[in-house]
Design a protein around this ligand. Sequence first.
Ligand code: ZN
Length: 420
Amino acid sequence: MRDLLAFIDASPCAWFAADTLVEELTEAGFRPLDLTVPAWDLSPGRWYVRREAAVIGFVLRDKVRPQRFHLVGAHTDSPHLRLKPRPAFTAEGCLQLGVEVYGGALHNSWLDRDLGLAGTVHLAGGALRTVRLDQPIARVPQLAIHLDRRINEDGLKLNPQQHLAPIWGLANGRDPDLEFRSMLATAAGVDPGEILGHDLSLYDLTPARRGGVRNELVFAGRLDNLASCHAGVMALIAAAEGQPEVMPVLACFDHEEVGSESRSGANGELLGGILERILLELGGDRRAFLAALAGSFLLSADMAHAAHPSYPERHEPRHKPRLGAGPVLKSNSNQRYATSAASAARVRELARKVDVPLQDFVARTDLGCGSTIGPACGANLGVAVADLGTPMLSMHSARECAAVADHGAYVRLLAAHLHG
Ligand code: ZN
């Protein structure tokens, strides 16, 4: 099993994160199921289903039909810059790439970084190639201070259409579209004419690192939410044994950062459809499925805001999670997080049992708050949900920061939940 740093480095975009999850599951003996095949021949053991950049893994512990699901939900996607369908153009003698901002990225964090390119290339007949240009192919150059003298006083304002397009070379009279297609074709090992579509993300090439005077910190891109995917897959692999009537499930969705409404997102039929099919395959009916959901519990695993030492006033004074002080239960009475008093109590009891310290987060009353897959899963499936995550700084920056100690505690807590 890869450690967190290697897991993140292997996963420059959601598609690769799903690949990495599948590799870890396969190595641990999980077998694939095909969503397009009508009947699944399920036997006790470890299984997974993939749809695009979403991966659902589960363990059937015995021939007995499971009575309830213990679920961990996370997401494979992170905010980033994503190439437009016809991205290549030239300006002022430079080759540039048109990008969309995927999710709530901190735009400034993408400036002056060496950027690689990763994703998929689509060919005739539904064929697909993954592409990873793990070299500094692009850069979003910041405007020199001499041309914007008041930036330090007035603050940086970036128009995403105008100011976030990276340069990726010199035009030198070349056709930017041909240049782009030939670069992509070489990376994919196909002819340029074969490429019918692409889905490509830019990513920061700086590897994930331990940091701080005692190596107690993690500096990396995509900690939100690859840290939860990593903790979740470790927990699922550890949860093979346990009560046969409990089925442990890890659901890593795509598209959380853009609202979860997609065929591979949490606000769709993916997870419910898979769980229902499992029970039907095992001889249950829809009533058995609905009864199992009613008794099920999902931990929505996503990162939490640690108190920023330079901006402590941004936090609710009595609910300030600290880096290194343990996982965080997140609550919001407006249901941006799905934690209820009852689900919080259940997590506290579990944490006590496995000796994991817990912290509480609620946003300041005069500040809004983010959301997770938790509310969507609670609403769609009717399962009880608690929102939980490890504290971090710089959320949605191209490079984020968390604490090493929290990750181990997170894995222990998720594993205890999946174990049942
Ligand atoms: Zn997240």
